[in-house]
Design a protein. Structure first.
Length: 226
């Protein structure tokens, strides 16, 4: 009898823990969806003039509009796009008034061996979102400066390379058309949101735990009958 009581308490206790973890993940899911909805709303808002001193925390994803001349410097950041494959993000300086900042012009396929147009001295208005991507870690290779290939967007390092402020606008549209570079605007697709899968995993483990508990509770009875 004591053995059955132990199995019963152990089984219900373990299931309760697993279920609580699943509920916690559902709460995390609601929290993450609210954050993503807020970011998407910020991305899609009407653009504002470029702030004098944008903050990486409070101004992340801020839609802005800046008018200026795209400089001749180019950095290529190796990326991959679904259904397209490997390519480069094109990073260039944007001279706007007395300031020079970075602009992520968009995507060009890796097999396109054509010079990326720099638009000369044509003034244009660029609309996009401010971003300070967190794409580097201890495993990120150093830029291949010889071939002008970067493996992540590192705003301070790119700004130093091109002699600009550490401010990056990810272009959404421009007043000057560009047939080679395709805009690769900011969205929330790269922000992980796996809480639903985690919740399903915990609830599934709880169901298995309860089934195994019921099995072990029935075994002594089945053994006596045999």
């Amino acid at each position: 009898m004591q053995r059955l009581a132990f199995l019963f308490i152990f089984g219900l206790g373990g299931a309760a823990i697993l279920i609580s973890l699943g509920v916690w993940q559902m709460q995390r899911l609601a929290w993450k969806e609210a954050i993503l909805a807020d970011i998407e709303a910020r991305i899609a808002a009407d653009p504002v003039p470029l702030p004098a001193q944008p903050d990486p925390q409070t101004d992340a994803y801020l839609p802005v509009s800046a008018t200026g001349i795209v400089g001749t410097g180019i950095l290529r950041v190796l990326v991959s796009r679904k259904e397209i494959g490997a390519g480069y993000r094109i990073i260039q300086p944007l001279i706007t008034g007395s300031r020079t900042i970075l602009v992520d012009r968009g995507f060009v396929a890796v097999d396109i061996d054509l010079p990326v147009p720099t638009d000369g001295a044509v003034e244009q208005t660029i609309v996009g979102n401010l971003q300070w991507p967190n794409e580097t870690d201890s495993y990120t290779p150093a830029p291949d400066l010889k071939n002008n290939v970067w493996f992540a967007r590192d705003v301070p390092a790119m700004a130093a390379a091109l002699g600009t402020e550490p401010i990056l606008i990810v272009q959404r549209e421009t007043s000057q058309s560009n047939s080679i570079v395709t805009p690769f605007p900011v969205d929330t697709s790269a922000i992980p949101n796996d809480h639903l899968q985690y919740a399903i995993t915990w609830f599934s483990l709880a169901a298995v735990w309860l089934a195994m508990t019921a099995h072990f509770l029935r075994r002594p009875r089945d053994t006596k009958r045999s």
